[in-house]
Structures are given as C-alpha cells and as structure tokens.
Design a protein around this ligand. Structure first.
Ligand SMILES: [Zn+2]
Length: 72
C-alpha cells in the first residue's frame, strides 16, 4: 500500500504544468514550478509590475495631502 502511494506521488509530480505557458514541467527542472528560467522571469516580471502599480497608487494618495508647512 505504501509503495502504491509513492507511485501515485511520482505520477502527480511528473504532471506538473508551467503556470506561464502550460507546458509540462519535468520533475527535475531547476526552475520549478516553471518549465524554464525564461518562464520564471516572465512570472517575476508580472509580479514586479503589480508591485509598481501598487506603489504608484500609494504615491498619488500622499501627493493629494496639502503641504501647509512648505507654504510658510
Ligand atoms: Zn513555461
């Protein structure tokens, strides 16, 4: 029964799919969970873009506050 579970785990690991291009990812891939370093970079780029967008929104809010001290 234990061996059967191991076999099942291996099968699941072999069926990993790249979240970027949906290609099958080898279980020994160095870029897990991505199929290649290229797809990992693409994912990182998307993540960073989201971070920048959030940072921009925050900056705008701060600029909207009147700077009374500087008018002196
Ligand atoms: Zn990929």
């Amino acid at each position: 029964m234990f061996v059967a579970s191991l076999k099942r785990l291996r099968t699941v690991a072999k069926k990993l799919r790249c979240p970027i291009c949906d290609a099958e990812v080898p279980s020994d891939s160095r870029s897990l969970p991505f199929c290649s370093s290229r797809c990992r970079t693409i994912d990182l780029g998307r993540w960073l873009n989201e971070e920048y967008t959030l940072a921009d929104a925050r900056d705008e809010e701060e600029e909207a506050v009147p700077l009374d001290d500087e008018a002196d």
